[in-house]
Design a protein around this ligand. Structure first.
Ligand code: SF4
Ligand code: SF4
Length: 358
């Protein structure tokens, strides 16, 4: 059975964003996984610029470290991400670019500009054939598919519906077109328990799709066809009245995400690598527009040419530091490891890895 190499550069407590950027650059160079880059290639750096209100996304200086590596090879980097499903500034290309600039993802701080990956309205995609169990083809954001190569810069966090979000999620959900994201969320529609609802209305206000109605007593209910499964209502409800159907929804979404990740990797034909930030390890992903609690100590930056090995390493590194994996520290009812196991079964990579500290 194959074993993948995972390179790790540890960081100390309270290092600056500039030190994180240098750590990212050092581990990328040490990994020698950028050899696919040729002179003048247009290289996409797929990242997350952070939802407004979030402060724990990977700072622009980390992207700057990646950009320096690409420019050192005389290639042409650009920063990119796809539109989100829920309404808000990151749901269209123009405002997404504004958020990127406000959060420092600009030429001055990173050495590259942000270009939306799937156009103004999230509908520019390339269809890639795969041999999955849920899908025979998936939609990849056009610029990510069209680039000459890809550096996938991900942030390891907990996740409201997947339990864990890291490399596979950034590839599968983050690189998917809007249609692809909708297909991945098709099973993750929450339910509101009438007996637990206190009629406060917070979920109604938070729902980006106006999919929640209140009856005459103020008790909330979700209109399924309108719901995109974003999970905002779960985050807002203080009465624990809104829940996913944990039995099937999370596993199905993780599998669909892994199949979309497979589409991105297949299309790139080896012209990509993966960098994972194991810092600011928060309960929620960077899409939540609020401060999310830190659930584990900073570890460092890891690189691999195998996305499955990299996420498996994240599980094991956090467990070694905290006696518990990131999904269990964040959402104990969820099994975030399912995406990694399923991705391995799909042939996306291996969970067996050799850790090389640099
Ligand atoms: S936030 Fe929770 S308690 Fe408040 S209306 Fe919605 S479901 Fe009911
Ligand atoms: S998951 Fe909740 S907040 Fe999101 S669209 Fe559905 S009902 Fe609205």
């Amino acid at each position: 059975m194959n074993t993948a190499k995972v390179f790790l550069r540890r960081v100390c407590a309270a290092e600056s964003p500039e030190q994180w950027g240098q750590a990212a650059q050092d581990v990328l160079e040490a990994s020698q996984t950028l050899e696919f880059i040729r002179k003048r290639d247009l290289i996409a750096v797929k990242l997350h610029v952070g939802e407004p209100g979030t402060t724990t996304f990977l700072p622009a200086e980390v992207a700057a470290g990646v950009v320096r590596c690409i420019r050192a090879r005389e290639a042409r980097p650009f920063l990119t991400d796809s539109c989100v499903l829920y309404s808000g500034p990151r749901s269209n290309g123009a405002e997404h670019a504004e958020v990127a600039a406000r959060h420092g993802f600009c030429l001055e701080r990173t050495g590259a500009v942000f270009v939306p990956a799937d156009g103004l309205e999230g509908n520019q995609e390339r269809i890639v054939g795969i041999d999955g169990n849920h899908f025979r083809e998936v939609g990849v954001a056009a610029l990510i598919a069209d680039a000459d190569g890809l550096v996938v810069l991900s942030h390891a966090t907990g996740h409201l519906s997947a339990g864990y979000g890291g490399t596979i999620k950034n590839l599968g959900m983050g690189c998917a077109s809007r249609k692809g994201k909708l297909l991945q969320h098709s099973d993750t529609k929450p339910r509101i328990r009438r007996d637990a609802c206190t009629a406060c209305g917070a979920c109604v206000e938070a729902c980006p799709e106006r999919a929640i109605m209140q009856d005459a007593q103020g008790i909330a209910a979700i209109d399924d066809p309108l719901c995109i499964g974003c999970g905002e209502c779960i985050a807002q409800c203080r009465s624990d009245a809104v829940r996913f159907r944990w039995d099937s929804a999370s596993h199905a979404m993780q599998e669909k995400m892994a199949e979309h990740a497979l589409g991105v990797v297949r299309h790139a034909k080896g012209r990509l690598t993966f960098l994972l930030g194991l810092v600011n390890l928060t309960q929620d992903c960077d899409c939540m527009g609020c401060r999310s609690p830190i659930v584990a100590r900073d570890i460092g930056f890891a690189v691999s040419s195998d996305p499955v090995a990299l996420d498996q390493a994240a599980f094991e590194l956090v467990r070694a530091a905290e006696n518990q994996t990131l999904d269990k520290l964040s959402y104990p009812l969820l099994d975030g490891a399912h995406q990694v196991e399923y991705a391995e079964r799909l042939g996306l990579g291996t969970r067996r890895f050799e850790l090389i500290e640099v």
